[in-house]
Design a protein around this ligand. Structure first.
Ligand code: ATP
Ligand code: MG
Length: 751
């Protein structure tokens, strides 16, 4: 391995494999690169891949790290390079039974959590005005991050009406999760800690396995994550953590900046390596970022230098409104795209403080026909139809998931109102069963009114069949089956509205997500797919190969870099937010976020604000951001902060007339342009689904199949039918051997 590409301190860090090591350095100084180099060096030194554990914060960062390591050493097989949550999930999937969960547990996301709390408040007659759902969830999350059980919470807090209510809700929340065999995101971490603590043999196994542990972005670890790492590394102390106290941006989520500042205390023999050269940004950008972060008091004093040229000054534009701001940014991108640098669309990033800012940009890009991608969890997976289908799939994977069942029992309408569900629910409690189990009882179905009864029966049959046949079906088959047999797609078709059409399109797009997964996974299963989707964090659909302008929150941009970065919305109240203006700690956190945003830029950094902004339906005059005022004015060009803008100063792009025109305008969400799945025919789904609703395509052909027939199955390939009865087919497949399949659902064709 050629170590020449590393500078002296980087090289030292790469080669120091034994004992605790802290790499503390500013943005763009090569921390992540050094960590990757270190892994490669380990392999070269003959350390087994199996002994390496590297943890990062986003799936994107983990993926990137795997790619880089693969490029250096060929394969990552055996290593664990993943996020904290993925690590915990993997450990729990193997041994969750040791702490009283089924191994097929599901993960509840924020929406599920809210629904659960809402139900509890209703059942307990608690006023949600008095105890807001987000408030309760944040307390519960805090407790879990501190490792506080409901009982501990009660013990640690003086008893009054408020704490008693919170205790009751927290306790019920915990028990309902468990009853549904579900965990929330905090549970993944907490339960893993409990699992390891309570099972010394298991802990010992992991300790022996992971001889070399590394954590990137260590400044953002919370207490539980810290405890986990400490537990795993406690014997050998071969722990390398990498971070930057100036980039801690998750304090509100429990990240504890002390974890990095106290590393030397926790491991007195720790070696500390500082990296001081920045390789990412031009001089002015780096100096600008420093002039802002310097205003934070609680930080280790470190300054980066670069041998790069100063580059352009940091540009600032004070727009009239948020629309003007978007127009300006989009036209600047248009200008630069035709400039001598030969920028690609994907070289531009717009990093904003809140997701709500993205809409105006979307509009502006759509009008110009400039391709763009929004990287945000909200955009896609939070759509109603996607969540519905995911609930269906969750039920197939885990029939105990009552929350999922409540979500879809009346989606589409099956005449199961709140009253009927209450009844079913009380039966389920009485029998000690899940809702699905109770609904599967013939006497219960018989008790439902005619129309309702038959559609619920169709639903239950479909779910149970998919469940029992899950191993024999491809994930995409299960998906089709659910779309069609539950009547979901038909209901949308019948609605015939524009909105319904849109939903159908989104469901097609989802099919391409499944197709991509099936192509990549070694052994694709529904359960694994559901895990992947649930873990998919904001940044995940960021694919450098797609040539489109990138839009995301500053939080999600951690660790990434782009040639040109725009930071819009630099206004007091937005960035820094209102809360920060009143509280010094929050202010420092926002300032660190500003530092993260600015240091993503390699060549150009452009800041903007709007004098009047309409956001969340309210219009207000704004004041330029504190951060703008802190920025060294010598490094800036464009509008002066506080100086009234002269309109004619600005050279604003107004359309195609300057020779810039987009030869291939791509409409937003024209998924067929982006998705590889469309090429594989996944987009025939709606067509198929339409046919299927009529002709029942999936089981087509299975009806008249006899013993001795040669058949072809969507998952198992070709085979010979050796036995049939009314409901099943037994097939000897050429590649996988004997399988028994249910006739009604087998994706099978007679040859
Ligand atoms: P952040 O704090 O934003 O996560 P980082 O410290 O992890 O940044 P990297 O992403 O590893 O920094 O590196 C920043 C850039 O500098 C990358 O483009 C990387 O390729 C480059 N780089 C790192 N070290 C060197 C080096 N010794 N010589 C040349 N380029 C380098
Ligand atoms: Mg990094």
């Amino acid at each position: 391995m050629n170590l020449d590409k590393f500078n002296k301190p980087q090289k030292e860090a790469v080669k120091l494999l034994e004992g605790p090591l802290l790499i503390l350095a500013g943005a763009g100084s090569g921390k992540t690169s050094t960590m990757t180099g270190r892994i490669a060096y380990m392999i070269e030194q003959g350390i087994s891949r199996y002994n390496i554990l590297a943890v990062t914060f986003t799936n994107k960062a983990a993926g990137e790290m795997r790619e880089r390591v693969e490029a250096l050493v060929g394969s990552c097989d055996g290593m664990w390079i993943l996020t904290f949550h993925a690590m915990c999930l993997r450990m729990l999937k193997m041994d969750a039974n040791l702490i009283g969960y089924g191994k097929n547990f599901v993960i509840y996301d924020t929406t599920d959590q809210k629904t659960l709390i809402k139900n509890i408040l209703k059942d307990f007659n608690i006023n949600d005005k008095e105890f807001g759902i987000p408030y309760l969830l944040s307390i519960i999350s805090n407790c879990k991050e501190q490792g506080q059980s409901p009982e501990l919470y009660r013990k640690n807090n003086e008893e009054n009406f408020r704490t008693k209510t919170i205790y009751n809700v927290y306790k019920e929340y915990t028990s309902r999760l468990k009853k549904n065999n579900a965990m929330d995101f905090d549970d993944l971490l907490l339960n893993t800690l409990i699992l390891l603590r309570e099972n010394p043999e298991l802990l010992d196994k992991y300790r022996r396995r992971f001889q070399y542990i590394m954590v990137d972005e260590y400044q953002d670890t919370n207490h539980i994550q810290y405890m986990l790492i400490k537990l795993l590394a406690d014997e050998h102390h071969n722990l390398c953590v990498v971070g930057d106290d100036d980039q801690c941006i998750y304090e509100w989520r429990g990240a504890d900046i002390r974890n990095i500042l106290d590393f030397e205390k926790d491991f007195p023999e720790a070696k500390v390596i500082k990296l001081e050269q920045n390789y990412r940004s031009y001089g002015n950008i780096l100096a600008g970022a420093h002039s802002v972060i310097e205003n934070n008091r609680g930080r280790k004093n470190k300054k980066l230098w670069t041998d790069k040229e100063d580059g352009h000054k940091i540009r600032y534009y004070r727009a009239d409104t948020e629309k003007d701001e978007a127009r300006y940014i989009v036209s600047e991108i248009g200008f630069m795209k035709t400039g001598p640098e030969n920028y690609l669309w994907s070289d531009f990033a717009i990093l904003y403080r809140t997701n709500a800012q993205s809409r105006v940009f979307e509009q502006a890009f759509a009008e110009r026909g400039i391709p763009y991608r929004i990287l945000s969890g909200l955009r896609y997976y939070d759509r109603k139809e996607i969540k519905d289908l995911m609930a269906y799939m969750r039920l197939v994977a885990n029939p105990k998931d009552d929350l999922a069942l409540s979500r879809i029992i009346n989606e589409p309408k099956r005449g199961m109102g709140a009253k009927s569900m209450e009844k079913i629910s009380s039966f389920a409690t009485m029998y000690g069963e899940s809702l699905l189990e109770t609904l599967s009882r013939p006497e219960i179905i018989a008790g439902l009114s005619g129309k309702s009864g038959s559609s619920v029966k169709a639903l239950i049959d479909c779910l149970n069949l998919c469940s029992s046949e899950a191993d024999n079906l491809r994930v995409s088959d299960i998906y089709d089956e659910l779309l069609v047999k539950t009547g979901y797609i038909k209901a949308l078709e019948d609605a015939g509205t524009v909105e319904a059409e849109g939903r159908i399109e989104n469901l097609m797009e989802f099919k391409s997500v499944i197709a991509d997964y099936e192509k990549e996974a070694e052994n694709p299963t529904l359960a694994e797919f559901m895990e992947k989707i649930t873990l998919m964090a904001e940044v995940d659909n960021h694919d450098e190969n797609t040539n489109a302008v990138v839009l995301m929150t500053m939080h999600s941009s951690k660790g990434l870099e782009f040639p040109v970065v725009f930071l819009p919305g630099l206004e007091d109240g937005l960035f820094p937010g209102h809360r920060a203006l009143e509280n010094e700690d929050s202010m420092e956190e926002e300032r660190r976020l500003c530092y993260v945003g600015m240091t993503r830029a390699k060549e150009r950094l452009i800041l903007t604000s709007a004098s009047m902004r309409t956001i969340y339906g309210r219009s207000d005059y704004t004041r330029e951001s504190t951060f703008l005022r802190e920025l060294n004015p010598k490094l800036m060009e464009g509008d002066g902060v506080f100086r009234k803008k002269k309109k004619d100063d600005m050279d604003v792009y107004t359309g195609g007339r300057d020779g810039y025109s987009n030869p291939n305008p791509i409409k937003p969400f024209d998924v067929s342009k982006y998705s590889s799945a469309c090429k594989t025919g996944a987009f025939d789904l709606v067509k198929n689904a339409k046919m299927a609703t009529r002709a029942n395509v999936s089981s087509e052909g299975a009806v008249d199949i006899k013993e001795g027939d040669r058949v072809s199955h969507s998952k198992f390939g070709e085979g010979l039918v050796i036995e049939t009865d009314e409901r099943t087919l037994t097939v000897m497949f050429d590649s996988v051997g004997r399988k028994k399949l249910a006739k009604g659902i087998a994706h099978i064709k007679k040859l």
